[in-house]
Write a protein of this length. Structure first.
Length: 435
């Protein structure tokens, strides 16, 4: 653990978890190798379960994405103080399943499923990017918002009440994971509703076939996001393939081929890496930005091509920093979540030593609150914008204790592939063709 992480506080926290019997309740840890991976899995699984248990009862919950009392950056601002990002909570549900805490995972899954079945706009299948943390007792479940005492009115954030395609896909993956382990088809059917929303609202055949970014902004003035993201289309390949394997009604293999065709279109054979997506015209490939996750996640898919493994070499050249990887290629700091993702990708292609090295670095980033820090440095850039009205690349990560980073750390430590819902075996590769 780094000096900023207060190692003695971290050890005391783990000691409390052992005394409380939380760590012992993680049967998945029995198969985890000893060393940094096992210790990391133990700690992250424990804190995720403890955070669910902090919310009384056994009903649906969303977890807060950031601990506002620790770290750097504007975590105390109203838009973040009680924000439960859909992506982070989907990751938490998957990680808790990997940890063996199925009842905890299901509480988050029930909240996602309730949000799927009825949005405040009266639609079925639309998820908002962010909800309010805590027990979810209202119907429909309201998206994130806050009362401003000075202005004496209710505020909402245009990104948080929007719907990003990738967030919808990750929620679907969480529901499919729960369907797999519980045998309850209502979770699978909820995932199918989400997938159908993406087909109806984001499918775009112009230029590279695939799916666009989603919807941004308030309900009375929504903006359609017309760019296409390699990350989003990777997520959807996993969702559509899984729905097809699970026997969900619908022609999901056809949709999987469309999303997969986009990956083929943005793969650059000359440099051995994936471009981040397209510009807002949905056609022109965006070559201006490099993103770590789009080099990693395709390697976790069923039917990943052997030549795609070259993207790891590209990432090592373009994104590597001391201890791990940066989000983009300016290499201004360590992105802990992405470093955990890289560990999982290395494990997938058989580079176990590299995976273990990265997990040892991630294990240093346990915060006093129990969550993993989002960054090692005070702040890092991404090269991306928060929304279409942003004048600069204003999306940054700060050194805050982060639910998403914690969930990725748990999955990587447990060698859990969120795209398949199984412990990771070296991904089967194909040398020719595409799905």
């Amino acid at each position: 653990m780094s000096n900023d992480g207060h190692p003695m506080k971290g050890h005391r926290f783990v000691a409390w978890l052992i005394a409380a019997g939380i760590i012992a309740a993680s049967p998945a840890l029995a198969d985890t190798p000893t060393g940094a991976a096992r210790e990391l899995a133990t700690k992250t699984c424990a804190v995720l379960a403890a955070r669910v248990d902090e919310i009384p009862g056994s009903g649906p919950v969303f977890l807060r994405s950031y601990d506002s009392s620790f770290g750097q950056g504007p975590t105390a601002e109203p838009a973040l103080a009680n924000a439960a990002f859909t992506y982070d909570n989907a990751l938490a549900a998957i990680a808790l399943t990997a940890c063996g805490h199925r009842a905890h995972a299901q509480r988050i899954g029930e909240a996602l499923l309730s949000a799927v079945n009825l949005d405040r706009a009266g639609t079925k299948g639309r998820l908002r990017n962010t909800y309010r943390a805590g027990a979810q007792t209202q119907r429909p479940i309201p998206p994130m918002g806050w009362w401003d005492v000075v202005a004496s009115r209710w505020f909402e954030d245009p990104y948080q009440v929007g719907t990003a395609t990738g967030n919808v896909a990750w929620a679907a993956l969480a529901l499919l994971t729960l369907s797999e382990v519980t045998g309850k088809t209502r979770f699978r059917d909820g995932a199918a509703v989400l997938a159908e929303w993406t087909v109806q609202h984001t499918r775009d055949g112009q230029g590279p076939d695939g799916f666009t970014g989603g919807v941004h902004g308030y309900d009375d003035a929504p903006q359609v996001l017309t760019w296409k993201s390699t990350e989003h289309n990777t997520d959807l390949v996993a969702v559509f393939d899984w729905l097809d394997r699970a026997g969900a009604p619908g022609d999901w293999s056809h949709q999987a081929k469309a999303a997969r065709a986009f990956l083929d279109a943005v793969w650059d054979e000359a440099s051995g890496h994936f471009f981040v997506g397209t510009t807002p015209d949905g056609v022109t490939v965006n070559r201006a930005v490099s993103s770590l996750d789009v080099q990693l996640w395709p390697l976790l898919l069923h039917g990943a091509l052997e030549r795609w493994q070259r993207s790891l070499t590209y990432a090592e050249g373009a994104h590597a920093v001391d201890g791990g990887f940066d989000f983009n290629d300016d290499r201004d700091g360590l992105w802990v979540e992405g470093t955990a993702q890289a560990a999982l990708a290395f494990r997938a292609v058989g580079r176990a030593t590299d995976a273990d090295r990265l997990l040892a670095e991630v294990a240093k980033e346990l915060s006093p609150s129990g969550y993993i820090w989002a960054t090692r440095q005070p702040s890092i850039s991404t090269g991306l914008a928060i929304g279409p009205s942003s004048a600069t690349d204003d999306f940054r990560y700060y050194r805050r204790p982060h639910l998403g980073a914690t969930a990725w750390a748990a999955m990587a430590a447990l060698s859990w592939n969120p795209f398949t819902g199984q412990r990771l075996q070296p991904v089967r590769v194909r040398t020719t063709g595409s799905k």
